[in-house]
Design a protein around this ligand. Structure first.
Ligand SMILES: Nc1ncnc2c1ncn2[C@@H]1O[C@H](COP(=O)(O)OP(=O)(O)OP(=O)(O)O)[C@@H](O)[C@H]1O
Ligand SMILES: [Mg+2]
Length: 265
């Protein structure tokens, strides 16, 4: 395995204060890594610093061996970094097919575009079945399928998925996670943020817990699922979303809690 994405000491924020306070994170090529943590921990902000919506104030973001922290979002897109944001991102008044085409607006070669559209449709048949319908008329789960299909038009190497299962019924949620696994099987790397921590960890090879702007714990998805402290805090076996800080070691037998430094939103 080789590291495709590395954040090293990343400090970033929106206004005067820092939201990310020194984030270290490695993502292995071809794997799914899940970020979990309480509301306001900085999970979405990490994805934004990778896709270029936000530039780090300090620290480095390295993709495939290149420092990308100063690149524009478009330049990162051209490197194959595609961000599916937390909020719905389809154009609701446009057809499903036109939304898919929007994914290819940077592609000049019509044959390449056609091949990519074919791949997207093969992976997400809903794009053909509902091609002419307004995207806004689709259910939340169906829209998420189209959003994932649209990433394929860009032939992504790294897909950043922010809360892809939010607001979905259990069946649609299962379908989304199956689609994410299929994207990973086709060789894409996925960095996933999930509130449904149990499903997210179960679908992921690796996972990291974020709290108060830092990665506090990293491990495999399977071992975090079995970690009693993670279960208590994030898997519904206790007060989910509480901003208790986990011990920042991957090697310790289990994370220990200390007093929260900050209240969750
Ligand atoms: N555009 C913005 N401008 C100013 N502050 C922001 C902006 N976006 C996020 N923040 C703040 O940054 C902090 C971290 O937000 P972020 O969205 O990264 O958290 P999160 O871990 O994704 O939380 P959630 O689970 O609620 O999605 C929060 O305090 C939030 O209010
Ligand atoms: Mg978020």
């Amino acid at each position: 395995m080789s590291t495709i994405l590395e954040l090293d000491g990343v400090i970033a924020g929106y206004g005067a204060g820092d939201i990310l306070k020194g984030v270290d994170l490695s993502v292995e090529a071809g794997t799914i890594t899940c970020l979990i943590g309480p509301n306001g921990a900085g999970k979405s902000t990490v994805l934004k610093t990778v896709s270029g919506l936000l530039r780090p104030r300090k620290g480095t973001v390295t993709f495939d061996g290149h420092a990308i922290g100063r690149l524009s979002p478009k330049a990162r897109l051209l490197l194959g970094i595609v961000h599916v944001p937390q909020e719905r991102s389809l154009f609701p008044a446009m057809s499903v097919w036109d939304n898919l085409l929007m994914g290819g607006y940077l592609i000049k070669d019509s044959k390449v575009l056609r091949d990519r559209l074919d791949e997207a449709v093969a992976s997400f048949p809903i794009c053909r079945a509902r091609a002419g319908e307004h995207a806004g008329s689709l259910s939340g789960g169906e829209q998420k399928q189209v959003e994932l299909a649209r990433t394929l038009v860009l032939d992504p190497r790294l897909i950043l998925l922010d809360e892809p299962s939010i607001g979905l019924d259990p069946k649609s949620r299962q379908l989304v996670f199956e689609s994410i696994r299929a994207l990973s099987s086709s060789g894409r790397t996925i960095l996933l943020v999930e509130q449904n921590a149990r499903s997210g960890l179960a679908a992921s090879d690796f996972a990291a817990v974020m709290e108060s702007g830092r990665v506090q714990l990293t491990s495999t998805g399977a071992s975090l699922l079995e970690n009693p402290e993670v279960a208590r805090l994030y898997l519904g076996a206790g007060t989910a979303g509480h901003a208790t800080v986990l011990a920042p070691s991957t090697d310790s037998p289990g994370p220990s809690a200390r007093t929260p430094g900050e209240e969750p939103r």
